[in-house]
Design a protein around this ligand. Sequence first.
Ligand code: LLP
Length: 381
Amino acid sequence: MKNNQLVKIAQKLGTPIYIYNANTIKQKCKELKQNLKGINLYYACKANSNPEIIKIVYKEGFGIETVSPGEIAIAHKAGVPISKITFTCGSIDKNEIISVAKQGIRIHLDSLNQVEIFGKHFKGREVSVRLNLMVGAGHHSHVITGGPDSKFGIDISQIKELKKLAHKYNLHVTGLHQHIGSNVLNAGTFLKGVKAMFDTAILFPELNHLDFGGGFGVPYRPEEKPFDVKKFAVDMKKQIENFNKKYGKRIRISFEPGRYLVAESGSLLVKLTDIKYNPTKTFVGVNSGMNHLIRPAIYDSYHEIINISNPSGKKIKVTIAGNICESGDVFAKDRIITKPKIGDILEIKNTGAYGYAMSSEYNSRPKPKEFLMMGDKIKRI
Ligand code: LLP
């Protein structure tokens, strides 16, 4: 969207606001579907669980991956049938496992304890388990989910125990799941995880389903290159064919991307409220903060920021800070932007994923409103 149009929107609707472009989401969905034909796709709605966003992705042919009863309820209310919902979660209690399983939702069990609970209550049933195959990747240590330090999945060294437990309760391990981490830009790294999964899957004779999780990255920094879906799809298909030949039957394959579908569709529009020309730094204050977009504060994440009120002026170096009482509440350090003045609108880009979803009312400041742009129409969502 053009800068001057966005400024008008911000002035009309007020700031801070999240604004998402429906067309971008649809385009990302189509890109994955076209390249990964024959593969089941689930949207990891933790990235952005606004019901209107879930509706768009579901209409594009995606199921929904959930991690809590709350997400199940939102997806269901948005019109997604239970048969198109999956559930993956660690550290949950007996009641949650039983309640989700009773609804007929496919659960990827995360620990031997979860398998034991499931077995006691659902003897003889099919079961899917999440494994930690010691392959991990991601943009920050907080989001790497494979390897000895990860809390997720059943450790590869415990496959024998897993099989024993399954045998004890006559469970049929028909599904395996893995998620190596988030914002993986290198397709080769992702494929290492895929290979580890296929190498392990051969040890389970009753499989009908393998889920490779999410994690496809998007470029946030100007020098980053997009995830090469086309090349990834070619290499993935080769691995699938090889596996099917070795295994002797065709297995359903799934992915569950979150960020990839929604990150680039969203912007956080904020207003410049304060400027401090200190001796060594210029601080620019805005009417939003880490309670609205926490990624820079907790992962040191980079988001492109544009002064859309003055996009082609003289450039200066500034540190862009929020209005929360913590010195970590900074959106960008020593960033070059066009010279700002109080009242200017800044666009914080690529915030459609893990932006609003991770927001809070810390400091008792309300969450921002969310709007969806569909062509030239805009609605509050
Ligand atoms: N599947 C599972 C089991 C997951 O745990 C996740 C993300 C996904 C799929 C989707 O991953 P994606 O495609 O979005 O990378 N708050 C962090 C990201 C945390 C991701 C947690 N799990 C961030 O803002 O970077």
